[in-house]
Design a protein around this ligand. Sequence first.
Ligand SMILES: [Zn+2]
Length: 246
Amino acid sequence: MIKGKKMLVVSAHAADYVWRSGGTIAKYIKNGAEVHVVVLSFGIRGESNDLWKAEGATAESVKAIRLGETKEAAKTLGITNIEFWDLPDYPMEPALNEEVRERLIRKIREVQPDIILTHDKNGEDILNPDHNAVSRFVFACSIQSNSNGVRIEGTRTTKQMQLYGFEPHQTELSQFVPGSLIDISEVYDQKVAAMKCFKAQGHLIEYYTERAFLRGNHIRRISGNQTYRYAESFSNFFPVAGEELY
Ligand SMILES: [Zn+2]
């Protein structure tokens, strides 16, 4: 049941949440979930190659474009709760310090999410150390958020939430194992429109439309539901736990 669910999405760079979970986000919003997105950086150094080709490009000019693009994409997906933390990228790991740790735990406790979506933890993104650093960081913060001993004034400890990892770009090379396949057919057009907001990474649009098609094949085969056309996949941080086998 999606209605009433609370979801927190933590994206290393400005467009990661769109490529890898834009359909799921749009679907959750459309069906009555509360979705919050934290964009840790604009990916100025690492994921804006085409923008740097413009004559006279500066970090500030690239940032302004990335901010405009990601705001437009978020709007297209129906996202109203989004924050841009503007951390440095490539590398991001040194910026994931004590201050940011407390800020993220505070955010997790404020949202009290049922679900956290972020970068894959189980594999190793072969070409993007920022994604790996963010995955480890978000996982650690989520566990600390659940702990009564981690005292942060004005916050309330969270209950264990489910964490899911984005499918990385180089799926097999990054040892990604799909744990969940989510049908995004009803919002697929919205996802494509959101992806088109990013001018610096136009080559990825074709890749992620093909990926949605491929995962659509997998979800039909595994679920038996032939109405599913497009899907996104996520890794499961934890095993499925409940009273029955699904
Ligand atoms: Zn990224």
